[in-house]
Write a protein that binds this ligand. Structure first.
Ligand SMILES: CCCCCCCC/C=C\CCCCCCCC(=O)SCCNC(=O)CCNC(=O)[C@H](O)C(C)(C)COP(=O)(O)OP(=O)(O)OC[C@H]1O[C@@H](n2cnc3c(N)ncnc32)[C@H](O)[C@@H]1OP(=O)(O)O
Length: 274
């Protein structure tokens, strides 16, 4: 059981409850996941540490998308929404006490406080009513039992990040349908966060504390169904494998009803000199 490190704010607690409700409504997290664990409705929010770029990154500081914020992934749980022994909606699952994971929220308000806030596509220019109205990022964290059962650092596929999003009516291509380029953007960002979260939580990089950043080398998206304006959705990002500097992810965008609207794959390449 996670200990609560109290840095509680009403807004953060509300956010955790909101995601809990959302995930419950989606009915996904009570099911078996790819890592064999069972969803536990521990939903928490994050406290973030202010961070300024160290000097050795000055060479890329003028390129917004290669600026980065390592400590965004340093979070502390502030609230357990549900204990392991609480009732679970999934009656078919008899492994409810076999805990698996919880979510930590990456607070977008912290992103907005950074120097990127105005120039960032999602949290800056395209943020607002009618555009990207919500882009809440949650890092999925294995709890202690799951970590013991399945040591970190493996190459097996697992969910890393989910993004709870909604898009308004000003980012369309065809009438009433969100532009595919916008969905690609939303995927790109989500998978970038997955990279960042993995880098901090895991031992799969040579030195997790090293300020090694990455860029998107390749992004592909399959559009499976029209994502209509004014829709809410969830992006789920999975880490697939790593080959040296190349880190592979896949992702899917689900509608509020759980329908797969789009899926994507993503290759992040760690920069040679950063
Ligand atoms: C992933 C982001 C994580 C960010 C984390 C920090 C922030 C955290 C906070 C908040 C999250 C924010 C999240 C934001 C997300 C947005 C990210 C973007 O949109 S980034 C802007 C668009 N992308 C560019 O501008 C790149 C431009 N391209 C390049 O700079 C280079 O081409 C680069 C670095 C990608 C590769 O160049 P080389 O010189 O380092 O490497 P070579 O030798 O060419 O390739 C190495 C290996 O990769 C393969 N490779 C290279 N490019 C490939 C490609 N396009 N497709 C497939 N393979 C490729 C090669 O075949 C080679 O493979 P073999 O080692 O031989 O097996």
């Amino acid at each position: 059981m996670m200990q609560s490190h109290i840095r509680q704010s009403g807004a953060a607690a509300a956010a955790a409850v909101a995601l809990f409700s959302y995930c419950t409504a989606f009915g996904r997290e009570g099911k078996k996941e790819e890592n064999g664990s069972v969803g536990v409705h521990h939903l928490v929010a994050a406290a973030l540490v202010e961070w300024r770029p160290p000097r050795r990154h000055a060479a890329i500081s003028s390129a917004p998308l290669t600026s980065f914020y390592p400590n965004l992934a340093i979070c502390e749980p502030i609230r357990d929404v549900e204990s392991d022994n609480d009732d679970d909606d999934d009656d078919n699952d008899d492994n409810d006490s076999d805990v698996g994971f919880y979510y930590l929220r990456m607070n977008p308000k912290e992103v907005e406080r950074t120097s990127l806030s105005d120039s960032h596509a999602i949290f800056g220019a395209l943020s607002g009513t009618g555009m990207i109205e919500r882009y809440d990022i949650y890092r999925r964290v294995l709890d202690d039992v799951a970590v013991e059962r399945k040591p970190r650092g493996g190459s097996s596929r697992r969910e890393v990040v989910i993004v709870n999003l909604s898009v308004g009516d000003k980012l369309n291509g065809h009438g009433g349908i969100v532009h595919g380029g916008i969905l690609s953007l939303l995927f790109d960002e989500a998978m970038g966060w997955a990279y960042e979260c993995l880098r901090h939580e895991d031992d799969w990089l040579d030195d997790p504390s090293s300020p090694v950043t990455a860029v998107t080398a390749n992004l592909t998206v399959d559009f499976r169904a029209p994502f209509v304006e004014g829709s809410e959705g969830v992006i789920r990002v999975y880490h697939d494998e790593r080959k040296g500097r190349k880190i592979y992810f896949t992702a899917k965008l689900e509608s509020k009803d759980g329908e797969e609207m789009a899926k994507g794959s993503f290759l992040a390449i760690r920069m040679k000199y950063l």
